[in-house]
Design a binder for this molecule. Structure first.
Ligand code: NMX
Ligand code: MLT
Length: 443
């Protein structure tokens, strides 16, 4: 058994009694209440999901297993000659909450290498798709096409016991995750490089092999490692994580669940915002027609966007109320590696101006930038200029978090998700005090 699975098994045995005790002895204890505004308004602030893998504080931003982004990068074993950790070490850390040793990390590296090969039929499926299919459609389709590989389904059909579900989910998650960088690179080279594919290098790690198969030289391997870790998890309520969790709760396997989660990530209010940021910037530069960007013309373009009834991509957040620390981490990377890049300078200028414009506009609860405002600049600088591919990069990273989450969902026996609906008339009756909310029933 892989070292990681062994450790995870011990953690599962430790954690299960805690969840069982809460359910058995404290199931009626309230952790909040739901208002009409929350029921209509996308469940904002409703505490109804449980995960120990990451937590998002509105002011501080994300912590992975209790660690901030800089603490996470500092703690995990680094790839030799690289400033960034192995993605494989991060996977161990998200699953177990423990920082792996170098030896443990290399065990995961070998496990991923053993599962890296993408079935040939995935290429056949992707090549049969229209060449103008969006890369996110191709990514989701590739994942879904591999569903026939699911160990969970095979074992389920053989009568697997409920307390073994996590074990089969772990196997599916490992096999799927290990293939994602190669699938992403296959899509990239198929769509933009005339289908000139680059074979995997069996010696390389997750991030290193991705850079290699994409055809980008160093330090793109570090960019990839940083990018995948930063985008991995943002607690459970975001659309991609919640969708993956929801679909998996029906015991749909990891392939179905991740493919659905990726579909959610493809929305412009979620992960697609990273391509929208680049699109906005390119349109803005086109309008300038060679003139220098200034705070004044940036401000004007932001107002034009708002007045046209559109959102400023890369700004705002459903939970965060300050600059996203993932934005800061990428900004610091740019300050170190590409301080004089014109696109980076422009993004900084937008950062200077946009929060004021959005505050004056007066709608958004958070005028500060999120992860997507900065991420395209780095890709562009290193030569990845096909911005409609950017959300696939987000998707490879997000898979790490959501696959860790559904493994734990099955370990802790979380049931099928099925919140209750009410009708508009019921809300009107409660609002007018014609009935008390207790009369709506509790199921
Ligand atoms: N530009 C213009 N208007 C905005 C923006 C923005 N960046 N952000 C929020 N608003 C508006 C929002 O559309 C809403 O308007 P209305 O009342 O007319 O419906 C109002 O402000 C209140 O929204 P909030 O409560 O502040 O935000 P909410 O939680 O509903 O939505 C986002 C959060 C992230 C969907 C929203 O801020 C947004 O659309 N941002 C731009 C797209 C983006 O960058 N998404 C990426 C998020 C991160 N990710 O990767 O997923
Ligand atoms: C994410 O990383 O999922 C986004 O920031 C959106 C969110 O957390 O709601």
């Amino acid at each position: 058994m892989a070292k990681l699975k062994e450790r995870l098994s011990a953690k599962v045995q430790e954690q299960r009694p805690r969840t069982q005790k809460l359910l058995k002895e404290h199931a009626d204890v309230k952790i909040g209440e739901v208002t009409i505004g929350q029921a209509i308004g996308g469940g904002r602030g409703v505490r109804m999901l449980v995960t120990d893998i990451s937590y998002l504080d509105p002011m501080e931003g994300i912590r992975f297993r209790g660690k901030t982004i800089p603490e996470t990068f500092a703690a995990l074993p680094k790839v030799p000659g690289s400033g960034y950790p192995y993605v494989e070490a991060f996977w161990w850390f998200l699953l177990t909450g423990d920082v792996p040793t170098n030896e443990e990390t290399l065990d995961v590296v070998r496990e991923f290498q053993a599962h890296r090969e993408v079935p040939a039929y995935v290429g056949t499926v992707l090549r049969a798709m229209p060449r103008d299919a969006h890369p996110m459609v191709m990514f989701s389709t590739a994942i879904l096409a591999m569903e026939r590989e699911s160990t969970f389904v095979k074992r389920y059909n053989q009568g697997m016991k409920k307390d073994e579900y996590w074990d089969a989910t772990y196997d599916d998650a490992t096999s799927l995750l290990a293939k994602l960088p190669s699938i992403a690179a296959l899509i990239y080279r198929l769509k933009y490089k005339g289908d000139a594919q680059i074979a995997a290098d069996p010696k390389l790690d997750f991030g290193g092999n991705f850079a290699h198969q994409m055809g980008f030289a160093k330090p793109y391997d570090d960019v990839a490692r940083m990018y995948f870790i930063l985008h991995s998890d943002h607690e459970s309520g975001n659309v991609s994580a919640h969708t993956t969790h929801l679909v998996a709760s029906a015991l749909s396997d990891a392939y179905y669940a991740l493919s659905a989660g990726i579909d959610g990530l493809a929305g412009p209010l979620h992960g697609l915002a990273n391509q929208e940021v680049l699109r906005w910037i390119m349109k803005f530069q086109e309008k300038l027609g060679g003139a220098e960007p200034t705070e004044e013309n940036v401000k004007q373009a932001l107002w034009d966007t708002l007045k046209a009834g559109q959102v400023i991509p890369g700004y705002g957040h459903a939970v965060l109320r300050k600059t996203d620390p993932r934005y800061v981490a990428q900004m610091e990377f740019c300050q170190k590696h590409l301080p004089h890049d014109p696109l980076f300078k422009l993004v900084n200028m937008i950062y200077k101006v946009a929060p004021g414009v959005l505050t004056e506009h007066g709608k958004t609860k958070n005028p500060w930038p999120n992860v997507d405002a900065q991420s395209g600049v780095i890709q562009w600088y290193y030569g990845l200029k096909e911005w409609d591919f950017y959300t696939v990069l987000f998707g490879v990273g997000r898979a790490i978090g959501v696959l860790a989450n559904i493994t734990w969902d099955r370990a802790l026996g979380y049931p099928i998700e099925r919140p209750k609906s009410v009708t508009t008339k019921m809300l009107e009756d409660v609002a007018s005090k014609a009935i008390h909310h207790d009369e709506l029933g509790s199921d």
